[in-house]
Design a protein around this ligand. Structure first.
Ligand SMILES: [Zn+2]
Ligand SMILES: [Zn+2]
Length: 76
């Protein structure tokens, strides 16, 4: 009924409001890059903040993606 594949192709809406094909790297109207709209995020294991993987560090506490991967149980 509500089956939705995780990678379903949906139009990407630019910040200008234009709908672009999912594969379009740029808005066809204003030319703004669209990749940022679907940027991958990681959740900081220390503070729980979601940050783009490209940020390389938590935007809240500064934990790096590398540290986040190694960060498991602080009590260990
Ligand atoms: Zn646009
Ligand atoms: Zn954090």
């Amino acid at each position: 009924m509500c089956f939705r594949p995780p990678n379903v192709s949906k139009p990407t809406r630019c910040s200008c409001g234009t709908l672009n094909p999912p594969s379009a790297p740029k808005c066809r109207k204003c030319g703004a890059p669209l990749a940022a709209a679907e940027i991958e995020t990681f959740t900081c294991p220390r503070c729980g903040t979601q940050s783009p993987v490209t940020a390389a560090a938590c935007g809240n506490c500064g934990l790096t993606a590398e540290e986040a991967a190694a960060y498991k149980n602080p009590e260990d």
